[in-house]
Design a protein around this ligand. Structure first.
Ligand code: 5GP
Length: 208
């Protein structure tokens, strides 16, 4: 069976990447999302095992020591990491696995798995990022400003991503992300078995 695509979605806080991931999961049946572990406290409405595995700093560090993470990073004072086992087994089953992770982690995955597809979701403007964070109403002004400064740093690394997708109209953005994943499946580097088969068929044909 052909392995699934490892799809990394990053974006500034407030870019709406969470909504894009939900949209991919509900509109198409080829995706599975990886649930990360984090040391950050749950926000109102978040559930352990659904949104994140909420763990203590000690537990997270134990998981690092046991090499349980495909990648992990510290982001705005907390650890976030992708458990390796689940991702690998889903990819082997041919599922396209979404990691909604920040840049340091995304680049770690890219270094280890160059076949991963990296997408960066951008809101239409920086003002819009601030407006969306404010409207979400779950963080203090101080944390929002921390996330804005983090965004400014992240802007310097966007070129390392394979694709940039603007999230102005959410439905269009979801379609664009999905179409890009579909295109990635046709990349020649992902179709080595097909290339080998054609070569071998030519061989057989010409030697008949
Ligand atoms: P939030 O606290 O808003 O849920 O997430 C903060 C940032 O951490 C977001 O950019 C999110 O994509 C990222 N993030 C979530 N899970 C992971 C993970 O497993 N690894 C990494 N590197 N970043 C993550």
């Amino acid at each position: 069976m052909k392995k699934g695509i490892l799809l990394i979605i990053s974006g500034f806080a407030g870019s709406g990447k969470g909504t894009i991931v939900k949209g991919l999961l509900s509109n198409y049946d080829n995706y599975t999302v990886s649930i990360s572990a984090t040391t950050r406290a749950p926000r109102p409405g978040e559930e352990d095992g659904r949104d994140y595995f909420f763990v203590s700093r000690e537990k997270f560090e134990e998981m690092i020591a046991n090499d349980e993470f495909l990648e992990y990073a510290q982001y705005v004072d907390n650890y976030y990491g992708t458990p390796r086992k689940y991702v690998n087994s889903m990819l082997d089953e041919g599922r396209d696995v979404i990691l909604e992770i920040e840049q340091q982690g995304a680049l770690q995955v890219k270094a280890e798995r160059p076949e991963a597809v990296l997408m960066f979701v951008m809101p239409p403007s920086v003002q819009e990022i601030y407006n969306r964070l404010k409207k979400r109403g779950t963080e203090s002004e101080e944390i929002i400003m921390k996330r804005m400064r983090q965004g400014a740093r992240e802007a310097g690394v966007i070129e390392k991503y394979d694709y940039l997708i603007i999230n102005d109209d959410r439905y269009e953005c979801i379609r664009n992300v999905h179409n890009t994943v579909c295109c990635a499946k046709y990349a020649s580097k992902r179709n080595k078995a097909l290339i080998d088969r054609v070569k071998s068929e030519f061989n057989d044909f010409l030697n008949m």
